[in-house]
Design a protein around this ligand. Structure first.
Ligand SMILES: Nc1ncnc2c1ncn2[C@@H]1O[C@H](COP(=O)(O)OP(=O)(O)O)[C@@H](O)[C@H]1O
Ligand SMILES: [Mg+2]
Length: 291
């Protein structure tokens, strides 16, 4: 169980995450949705302590992970694998080395510095790549792979950590639909077969509905929706994205990363709702911006 107790994060005068209280049972697959700037990334990053909490705490199996230091903090960060929108691989290193880097927190510093990996770790990396269906790219430089392949490598690297929790921050926002599907299926498979808790920020509602048993909607740092895929009706989605009354302009395909709260707006309808189309060049975006 991962418990959030009044978790708050402020950046100066701006409250990015505002007193959130939720509990995530072990083995759940949770999708977090909400407009750009709602606080999704900040919430995710507080779990593995890429960002510290300003107030409140996060407990894992009763342990307050918000105050861990030194080796205990490193152990917790090993237990929480993170997957990013931009993959975060080392482009000039080959795929298998990138995957083995997932073992860094399991090894001594000396072995890591000398970049020595055991045969066992190599076998483990190959098995992870096979599971993601990209073992044939093992010797290729990571930077030469397509985005979809790179994200699968990043998931293989996450598996090498043997994590208890996988945190994914918009893992498919940079991928085409086919690769997005492969990546989400991989995460869902890992969740089901390995029982690993998966918490993922998502930018489209259909993905959240299709893959997540629980969906949390955030707006201005608060949880404004918490339910199953069937509870996420269009009306509920409008409330999460603050797009009530925008019958024509609001499109289910245009959510989260397609909206940027602080950029200059192009559409009067979006301005009226405090939402503005971002510069992202998604076909759906263009269609909706014309509406
Ligand atoms: N490092 C930071 N410094 C200052 N403000 C930040 C920082 N990270 C996030 N914020 C602010 O916190 C709010 C939530 O951001 P974020 O968690 O990135 O939202 P989301 O992932 O939902 O788009 C935004 O107003 C953003 O500008
Ligand atoms: Mg974000």
């Amino acid at each position: 169980m991962l418990e959030f107790q009044k978790v708050t994060r402020r950046f100066g005068a701006n409250t990015a995450v505002d007193s959130i209280d939720i509990s995530v049972p072990t083995g759940q697959m949770v999708g977090i949705i909400g407009a750009s700037g709602a606080g999704k990334s900040t919430l995710l990053r507080m779990i593995n302590r890429l960002i510290d909490t300003s107030d409140g705490c996060i407990l894992y199996e009763g342990v307050n992970v918000s105050v861990l230091k030194g080796q205990l903090l490193r152990n917790w960060q090993r237990d929480c694998a993170m997957i990013f929108q931009q993959f975060n691989l080392v482009p000039r290193l080959d795929v298998i080395t990138n995957v083995m880097l997932g073992r860094l927190n399991h090894r001594s510093t000396v072995a890591s510095l000398l970049n020595m990996f055991s045969d066992e770790e190599r076998a483990m990396a190959i098995a992870a790549l096979e599971r993601l269906g990209i073992e044939r790219a093992a010797m290729q430089r990571a930077g030469t792979l397509s985005g979809g392949q790179q994200q699968r490598v990043a998931i293989a690297r996450a598996l090498m950590q043997q994590p208890k929790v996988i945190l994914a921050d918009e893992p498919i926002a940079s991928l085409d639909p086919r690769n997005a599907q492969i990546v989400m299926q991989s995460l869902a498979d890992i969740n089901k077969r390995d029982g690993i808790t998966v918490i993922t920020n998502l930018h489209t509602l259909d993905t959240a509905r299709a893959y997540c048993e629980r969906i949390i909607g955030m707006q201005a740092g608060k949880v404004v929706f918490d339910g199953g895929p069937n509870d996420l009706t269009e009306a509920a989605a409008r409330r999460i994205y603050g797009a009530e009354g925008l019958e024509d302009a609001f499109s289910e395909a245009v959510t989260s990363t397609s909206f940027a709260a602080s950029r200059p707006a192009k559409s009067a309808a979006f301005v009226a709702a405090g939402l503005e189309p971002a510069t992202a060049e998604r076909p759906a975006m263009k269609k909706a911006a014309k509406a």
